[in-house]
Design a protein around this ligand. Structure first.
Ligand SMILES: [Zn+2]
Length: 731
């Protein structure tokens, strides 16, 4: 939670997430993981070819290497989940490792379960750091932490049932993408959770919780908490929702939970508090929202509040006191809201690659609003149905033609239009939200912001993306000043891309008159968006061709003509890259695809190789973009294979015992994956598979049908790129 210093609403320290697109670079840890993977596979190869005595000696070292690499992957999960995917050892390879090693090696998994989305407000009333969003899957495999290499999902609420595919290390799981589209194979929605109720009485149980090492800590009385939540915060909801939503419920506790005050185990704190409340006579299932109000938890000192997006759980760390702001903010997350951002675009109002401040919007309680508790912005109120809700709530006026429009102040409890919604980009479904804010009610702090109360405030947001609310500095300066964002009466703002001009003609405490002139816009070129699939190839032998599907999206403004993007690749020396199309000609807002086939020279060493792919605007080469994929070469242990059956001939109903022996330099190869194809006299075939044991032999059974076709059968075995075959008769 971003908060203020004493004098100013805005503090200068931001934890910034850069939205700019750059060349995909692998982190230093990513490189270390690559090296650790290569080393582990070399050890695997040595182990497979070792004698029985040598195997015993090597196993300790092999296991230690795997355990060390596991810790590296776990730390990468948090910072660079894409690097975990990049170096993930395929299941068919890890399957051939000894069990003590395999337990430390990641698994590629598919799982279904219930999604939990948590927002942790990092920071305290005196110090701001940032926000961390956590995703968990509660499945039959336990509670798995989800880490998205790209696009954490913003379209799903807590409680949704999803099917995921990713790479699991311990209880952490890396996924390629959380994007909401039909081609996403790493996160699929089975059942979306229904939207939380945001009208009428919101029935809430507040549980005051202290900890076993300090059971006498009771910093607030039940009456004080009752007043803070069910009077002050409820009044805040009433004013924000135009009298449509309020809080009801009970304050329970204090309860002492069997958790130390230094242990930020929020799942146990939740379950222990609920159990204590139930024992104390509260029917906990009769509430829809639960607030775990902790006396003070120094283990959770990174945050003041924690909440599920959707769902109904809120944790408040009493180390930092209690305030309307913290309850209104966290319950906003329960209602489905994300944070209120700013994006610093220098001298531009909007841009595709500015510097994002997660809580940059100090005029929305979902942003950096600290001790004051401002209204939610119009976009957030629209999401909750508090504006445009159809139940007597005030409307938002969607502007589709030039004209003069009226705005009523956000804070005034009437049914007049509270915002103008003007389409800024049809391709991203982004709108300007223009509203009038006055120093009244919970917004009375605005008396310190003279430009805001004498003008109109702009946000951009997309109804397609819940996490898209950006406060705009509509008269930009460099650096941007988001504490003076408004367009004051008499000034005009023109969007060059769309040609829209917006002028607040008059502004007072009772309303604003705004002139909107729609135009035709001018062409503004932009860098295209690029993706590549797969981001990392299967593990292949040197010399194998691998196809990479590349997509390019033209982000030029709608007034632009078609652009042609030249496609180029950057490969290791001597490699071949063949495109099925070397250029894509696209209309603004559309996406095109091409395929690059990459082939490494035979004899290339095992490893992870970068495939650089770029798209450049042919007529304006300063506009372009690039992505990097990975081509993985992995050679199995060089081996020779022998295959035999236990008899030369059989009759129907008998079982054929097939042995496949794999050796390398005379030593048995253990843990080699073996495939056997049995071909009948009529040409039809069956496949068997197995793994060699420490003696280098894989044993398989082929059961003959009672009426098995008579004649000569062939059994062809394949392991580590070597093959052999034998025949047997059925009489
Ligand atoms: Zn938050």
């Amino acid at each position: 939670m971003r908060t203020n210093c004493k004098a100013s609403l805005f503090v200068a320290i931001f934890l910034c997430l850069t939205a700019s697109v750059a060349f995909a670079q692998h982190s230093a840890k990513g490189k270390a993981a690559e090296d650790a993977t290569t080393a582990l596979l070399q050890m695997h190869s040595s182990y497979q070819q070792a004698s029985a005595t040598q195997k015993q000696q090597l196993l300790t070292q092999f296991t230690a290497m795997a355990a060390q690499r596991e810790q590296l992957l776990l730390s990468l999960m948090q910072s660079n989940p894409g690097d975990v995917l990049r170096v993930a050892i395929p299941n068919n390879v890890s399957h051939t490792m000894p069990p003590t090693v395999k337990q430390h090696v990641e698994q590629s998994v598919t799982a279904q379960g219930v999604l939990e989305v948590l927002y942790e407000m990092q920071g305290t009333p005196d110090k701001t750091t940032g926000a961390v969003m956590h995703h968990f899957l509660n499945s039959s495999n336990g509670r798995l932490g989800l880490h998205f290499a790209a696009s954490a999902p913003t379209h799903l609420l807590t409680g949704s049932v999803v099917k995921i595919h990713g790479v699991q290390v311990n209880s952490e799981l890396a996924l390629a993408s959380g994007a909401n589209n039909n081609t996403n194979t790493s996160l699929q929605t089975v059942t979306a959770a229904s939207a939380p109720a945001t009208s009428g009485a919101v029935n809430t149980l507040v549980m005051m919780v202290n900890f076993q090492d300090n059971p006498s800590a009771q910093p607030w009385t039940a009456a004080a908490v009752q007043n803070m939540v069910f009077t002050q915060t409820s009044n805040w909801d009433m004013e924000n929702s135009f009298q449509h939503t309020w809080l009801t419920g009970d304050v329970a506790g204090w309860f002492t939970v069997p958790v130390a005050s230094t242990n930020c185990d929020t799942a146990s704190i939740k379950s222990d508090a609920l159990a204590a409340a139930q024992s104390a006579g509260y029917n906990v299932s009769s509430y829809s929202h639960y607030i775990y109000l902790m006396s003070s938890n120094t283990g959770c000192s990174a945050w003041w509040g924690l909440a599920t997006i959707g769902g109904g759980d809120v944790w408040v760390n009493g180390q930092y006191n209690i305030a309307v702001h913290v309850f209104a903010h966290e319950m906003g997350h329960n209602f489905g809201l994300y944070h209120a951002h700013t994006v610093d675009c220098g001298m531009q109002v909007m841009c595709s690659s500015g510097t994002l401040s997660e809580y940059g919007d100090g005029f929305d309680t979902m942003g950096a609003s600290s001790y004051s508790s401002p209204h939610y912005d119009a976009f957030h109120k629209e999401q909750l149905g508090w504006l445009n809700g159809g139940g007597g709530q005030p409307p938002i006026t969607t502007v589709t033609s030039s004209g003069i429009y009226q705005l009523s102040p956000t804070e005034v409890q009437d049914s007049n239009p509270k915002a103008l919604k003007i389409l800024q980009s049809g391709t991203t479904n982004t709108y300007y939200y223009v509203e009038l804010r006055q120093a009244q009610g919970f917004d009375s702090f605005l008396s310190n912001y003279s430009d805001v109360v004498s003008g109109v405030v702009f946000h951009s947001a997309s109804p397609s993306n819940a996490n898209s609310s950006d406060l705009l500095d509509i008269t930009p300066s460099s650096p941007a000043s988001f504490s003076h964002p408004a367009l004051v009466a008499g000034q005009s703002y023109t969007d060059a891309n769309t040609g829209i001009t917006i002028t607040p003609v008059s502004v007072s405490s009772s309303g604003a008159t705004v002139q909107v002139t729609l135009g035709s816009g001018t062409c503004t070129l932009a860098n295209p968006t690029m993706t590549v699939s797969p981001a990392q190839s299967q593990w292949v032998l040197a010399g194998a061709p691998v196809n990479f599907a590349v997509s390019v999206r033209d982000n030029d403004s709608p007034a632009c003509a078609q652009s042609t993007f030249n496609l180029t690749d950057s490969l290791p020396s001597g490699w071949s890259g063949v495109w099925n199309a070397t250029a894509l000609t696209l209309n603004p807002g559309t996406t095109g695809q091409a395929t690059l086939t990459v082939t490494s020279p035979t004899g290339t060493a095992d490893g992870f190789y970068n495939v650089g792919i770029a798209a450049t605007n042919a007529s304006s080469p300063s506009y372009g973009n690039s992505v990097t994929a990975t081509y993985v070469i992995s050679t199995p242990v060089p081996a020779s294979v022998a295959v035999s059956t236990n008899q030369p001939s059989y009759t129907g109903g008998q079982t054929v015992a097939i042995s496949v022996s794999v050796t390398s330099g005379g030593n048995p190869v253990s843990g080699a994956a073996v495939n056997v194809t049995v071909v009948k006299p009529n040409g039809s075939s069956s496949n068997l598979s197995g793994t060699t044991s420490t003696n280098g032999v894989a044993s398989m059974s082929y059961r003959l049908n009672r009426k098995a076709t008579k004649g000569m059968y062939q059994a062809a075995a394949n392991a580590n790129s070597a093959s052999a075959s034998t025949t047997f008769m059925v009489q």
